[in-house]
Write a protein that binds this ligand. Structure first.
Ligand code: NAP
Length: 524
C-alpha cells in the first residue's frame, strides 16, 4: 500500500503541511523525498516558489560556496532573474523563454542539496507543465533505499494534475495501491528536469527510465551523466529509444560539482577526502600557545558549517581534541536534523594512537556526547604499540568507558597493510561515506596528504599575521620534499573572496583526483 499525501498551503502558515487522508489532520508526510510537506519548516518553500523564477536568494545560500556564480545570486537578490537578469516574470511565462532550462535545473540542484543519500548520489527533480511553465511536481532522493527523486516528482505531479483537473483549489489527498509512476500516462506530455541521468537498472527500486516512459513524459533535461557504469549513458539512450526528447547540459558544471564525491567513490572505491583549514597570511593555523579561535571570520565559519552539512564524516586528530575540544557538529540557524531519516549530523571521527591517553586527557570531550551526533574513535597503533600490561588495561578501560557513551571504536590496524589514514578512508567507504572532511591539525594532515587520503584542499586564508617560529602550520611534518621542484603540485580549482573581504577561500586538487570533464557533457 502506497499512500500519497499532497502538499497543501495552509492559510496563515507560511510552510507546507500534509493532510491526513482519513482524519484530515495536518501532519508531516511519510513521502520524505516529495516536495510536499517533506522538509522542516525552515527549508520549505512557499507555494509561490513553484513559479518559474527560482530560487529565492536566501534559499540559495549554498550557491556561492559550492558553485560560484555570485552574479546570479546578486541578480536574484535584486529581484531579477538569475539567468537573464531581467525583472522577475509571472508564473504564466512560457517555459521556452531563454532562461527556463537553467532556472528549472537550479531548482533541481536546490532540491538535491536537501538530500542525504550516501552512498547514493543526491538527486533533485522537477516536473514542468510545458503549457504553463509551472512546476507541477518536485522531489529529491532523501536516503539510500528510499524511492528516487524522479519517483517522488512523478508522484507529486500525479496528485497536482489530478487535483487541478477535478478539485481546483481544494487540498486533497490521494491514496493509490501502486506507486503512481507505474500508472501509464500519469505525467503525459510533461517536461522533466533532473540533476543526474535517470537510472536504468534494478536496485532497491525499479529503474527511473521505466517510470518516466510509463508516465509518458515528452522531454527529459539532464544535468550530468551518471558515472555509475550500470547507467552511464544507457538511461538517456533508453529514453530516446522510447521517443522522449533528451537533452544534457544546463548547469552541467554545477551538477558535476554536486557529484564530485559520488564520482570519486565510484571511480576510486574510496570517499572523496577534503582537507580544510584556516590559516593566517603567514601560514599559521594557530598561535604559539596553540590558540586557534578564531583564525577565520564568522562568515567563513558559517561556510564551514554548510560544508560539514554536505559531508558524511568529519575527521580530526587527538591533538585537536586535546587543544580545542571541538564539537564538530553542524550549527546553522536552520535545523538539518530529520531524526526519522537518521541523517542530519555527519559522523565525527577522532584518530588517535592511544584511546587511554586521549580518555585520560579529555574525559569530558564534547565528542563523547553521542546524543548530539555519532562519534567514532579510530585507533591506530601507528608504530606505537605499547608492551606495558598496565597501559593495555588502561586501554581496555578507556574503550569500555567510551563504548558505554555510545562511541564506536574502529581498529585501523585490522586494515593493514593500508597506512592508517587510508585504512580510515577504507573503513568510511565501507560505512557508506561519499565525502569526508579532514578538519585536523598539521600532524594528521601531513599523514593524510602523504598517504593519499586527501584529494582536495580548501583553505580559508585570513588577512592576519600570527608569527612565531613554533606556531602550528597546516602541514606540520615532512612530505619528503627536498628541492622546490619536488613540491606537490596542486591543480587550482577556484578562489573566492568571502564576505566583504574578510577571508579568501582557495580550492585546490591533488593530482590523484582529476575529474573527467567528459562526464559532464553526457551523450548529446
Ligand atoms: N586553523 C585550523 O584550521 C586548525 C584546524 C585543526 C587544528 N588546529 C590547531 O592545530 C593544533 C593541533 O595540531 P595537531 O597536529 O596536534 O592536531 P591533529 O593533527 O588533529 O592531531 C594529532 C594527533 O592525531 C593522532 N594521529 C596523528 N596521526 C595519526 C595516525 N596516523 N594514526 C592515528 N593517530 C594519529 C595523534 O594522536 P595520539 O596522541 O593519540 O598519538 C597525534 O598526536 C591546535 O592548536 C589546533 O587549534 C587548527
Amino acid at each position: 500500500m502506497f499512500q500519497v499525501l499532497t502538499g497543501t498551503s495552509v492559510a496563515g502558515n507560511n510552510g507546507w503541511l500534509t493532510t491526513d487522508v482519513v482524519s484530515g489532520v495536518p501532519q508531516r508526510s511519510p513521502a520524505w523525498g516529495a516536495y510536499s510537506g517533506s522538509w522542516p519548516a525552515q527549508k520549505r518553500s512557499s507555494f509561490e516558489a513553484q513559479s518559474l523564477h527560482l530560487p529565492s536568494s536566501n534559499e540559495y545560500r549554498l550557491e556561492p560556496s559550492w558553485f560560484g556564480g555570485g552574479a546570479r545570486k546578486r541578480a536574484a537578490q535584486r529581484g531579477r532573474c538569475p539567468n537573464c537578469y531581467s525583472p522577475q516574470q509571472t508564473t504564466r511565462q512560457s517555459p521556452r523563454c531563454a532562461v527556463s532550462d537553467e532556472t528549472y535545473m537550479d531548482r533541481c540542484i536546490q532540491l538535491a542539496l536537501m538530500a542525504r543519500p550516501s552512498p547514493n548520489p543526491p538527486v533533485g527533480c522537477v516536473v514542468v507543465d510545458p503549457d504553463t511553465g509551472r512546476i507541477v511536481g518536485e522531489g529529491f532522493h532523501p536516503r539510500a533505499g528510499y524511492p528516487h527523486a524522479e519517483q517522488y516528482a512523478l508522484q507529486a505531479t500525479f496528485t497536482t494534475l489530478r487535483n487541478a483537473s477535478s478539485h481546483q483549489n481544494q487540498h486533497l489527498a490521494a491514496t493509490v495501491s501502486e506507486p503512481v509512476a507505474a500508472l501509464p500516462g500519469s505525467a503525459r506530455g510533461m517536461h522533466v528536469y533532473v540533476t543526474l541521468e535517470p537510472c536504468n537498472h534494478y536496485g532497491r527500486t525499479p529503474p527511473c527510465t521505466e517510470s518516466l516512459i510509463q508516465a509518458q513524459v515528452s522531454r527529459v533535461v539532464i544535468g550530468t551523466r551518471d558515472p555509475d557504469p550500470r547507467t552511464a549513458g544507457s538511461g538517456a539512450e533508453r529514453l530516446r529509444r522510447a521517443g522522449i526528447e533528451v537533452q544534457f547540459g544546463p548547469r552541467a558544471a554545477e551538477c558535476l560539482k554536486l557529484y564530485e564525491g559520488f564520482q570519486h567513490r565510484i571511480h576510486h572505491q574510496t570517499p572523496l577526502g577534503i582537507l580544510k583549514y584556516a590559516m593566517s597570511l603567514d601560514g599559521k593555523i594557530a598561535t604559539e600557545t596553540g590558540d586557534a579561535r578564531w583564525v577565520s571570520s564568522a562568515t567563513s565559519r558559517r561556510y564551514v558549517h554548510e560544508l560539514r552539512a554536505r559531508c558524511d564524516a568529519v575527521v580530526v586528530g587527538a591533538g585537536t581534541v586535546r587543544r580545542d575540544d571541538p564539537a564538530l557538529t553542524v550549527r546553522l540557524e536552520e535545523s538539518i536534523d530529520v531524526p526519522e531519516l537518521g541523517y542530519g549530523q555527519p559522523l565525527r571521527v577522532v584518530m588517535c594512537t592511544s584511546a587511554a591517553r586521549l580518555w585520560r586527557d579529555r574525559p569530558d570531550a564534547k565528542l563523547w556526547d553521542t546524543s548530539v551526533a555519532p562519534t567514532v574513535l579510530a585507533v591506530s597503533s601507528a608504530g606505537e604499540v605499547s608492551s606495558s600490561k598496565e597501559l593495555d588495561a588502561a586501554e581496555r578501560e578507556a574503550i569500555l568507558a567510551l563504548r558505554s557513551r555510545g562511541v564506536q571504536i574502529a581498529y585501523l590496524d585490522a586494515l593493514l597493510p593500508l597506512p592508517p589514514t587510508r585504512a580510515l578512508m577504507q573503513w568510511l567507504y565501507d560505512y557508506g561515506c561519499t565525502t569526508v572532511l579532514w578538519e585536523c591539525g598539521g600532524t594528521l594532515a601531513t599523514s593524510a596528504v602523504r598517504e593519499s587520503a586527501v584529494h582536495k584542499i580548501l583553505v580559508f586564508v585570513a588577512p592576519k599575521l600570527v608569527g612565531g617560529r613554533s606556531s602550528p602550520t597546516p602541514i606540520a611534518a615532512d612530505l619528503g620534499v627536498r628541492n622546490m621542484e619536488e613540491a606537490l603540485a596542486l591543480r587550482l580549482g577556484r578562489m573566492e573572496v568571502i564576505g566583504s573581504g574578510q577571508d579568501v577561500l582557495i580550492e585546490a586538487y591533488l593530482d590523484s583526483n582529476k575529474l573527467s570533464p567528459d562526464a559532464a557533457s553526457g551523450t548529446t
